[in-house]
Design a protein around this ligand. Structure first.
Ligand code: NDP
Ligand code: 8X3
Length: 254
């Protein structure tokens, strides 16, 4: 029997990399995408050890032409994607909105919103045509309400929620399912990226609380993907036990 096929964007690190391992060990074949070819090949090797066939596509989700070219190159068994995990994304900075870096804003908007939209626009028509598929977007608790310094990042994840809800409405006549997974604090490379490589600063984000890890989120993503066909997990908020919202975090527990 033909294996199911998942495409995961931003598979070189954190949640995306954990999803690659999870889906591979569950019997899926994988298309993994990202910018760093060396890291993609390392993830590919691990997934192949778990029994998956893996195709690597190197492109930046902000580059529409490259994304189009990569998707157009898919033929044969690689053309019929069953699950798209729109994971590539980032936060940059935690400055007050009136002091923020406008280049950082542009990068977040281009990646988290426009990149996700590009991949959706390129992959979902095939799903609708085949009347089969599942789009799983990685949103965030940050999209539920703004927190101090979160401003533009929160807005991008709020946009992910609306874009996910809109797509769910637009494909409701088909068997295509649409899910928004909204993690809270997950210890990945996320905060190192947010603070422009300052690992010490990044570590303070997870001080006094046991955060989630990439595997915790991959488990939820996989749960949504493997639910019976008539079950659509529309949205899941996943928090560490001592986090209550984007801004309420009890740091007395390590
Ligand atoms: P990581 O920094 O560990 O991983 C982010 C991934 O996205 C990397 O593979 C990165 O690749 C990729 N990426 C970033 N920009 C681009 C781009 N322009 N084109 C292609 N790939 C890109 O962080 P996480 O795993 O934590 O983040 C994954 C998703 O989860 C993001 O959407 C994030 O917003 C979301 N999230 C994270 C939370 C957390 O607390 N960690 C909580 C809630 C949501 P590269 O190595 O090339 O930069
Ligand atoms: C990432 C989680 O709370 O750092 O989206 O914004 S948070």
């Amino acid at each position: 029997m033909e294996k199911n096929l998942v495409m995961i964007t931003g598979a070189t690190s954190g949640i995306g990399e954990a999803c690659a391992r999870k889906f591979a060990s569950a019997g899926y074949n994988l298309i993994i995408t990202g910018r760093n070819l060396e890291k993609l090949n390392a993830v590919k090797a691990v997934a192949e050890t778990a029994g998956a066939e893996v195709l690597v596509l190197q492109f930046d989700v902000r580059n529409r032409q490259d994304a189009e070219k990569a998707v157009a190159s898919l033929t044969g068994k690689w053309a019929n994607i069953d699950v798209l995990v729109n994971n590539a994304g980032l936060a940059l900075g935690l400055e007050k909105e009136y002091q923020g870096d406008m280049d950082d804003w542009e990068t977040m908007i281009d990646t988290n919103i426009k990149g996700l939209l590009t991949m959706t626009r390129l992959i979902v028509p095939g799903m609708v045509e085949r009347n089969k598929g599942h789009v799983i977007n990685i949103g965030s608790v940050a999209g539920d309400a703004a927190y101090a310094g979160g401003n533009v990042y929160c807005a991008t994840k709020s946009a992910v929620k609306t874009i996910t809800d809109g797509l769910r409405i637009d494909v409701a006549e088909s068997n295509v399912r649409v899910t928004n997974i909204k993690p809270g604090l997950v210890e990945t490379n996320f905060s190192v990226v947010r603070f422009h490589g300052d690992k010490q600063h990044a570590d303070t984000v997870y001080k006094g609380i046991k955060p989630l890890c990439g595997d915790d989120i991959a488990d939820v993503v996989f749960y949504a993907a493997s639910a019976p066909e008539h079950v659509q997990i529309a949205e899941v908020l996943v928090l560490a036990t001592h986090q209550a919202s984007g801004s309420v975090i009890c740091r007395k527990h390590e």
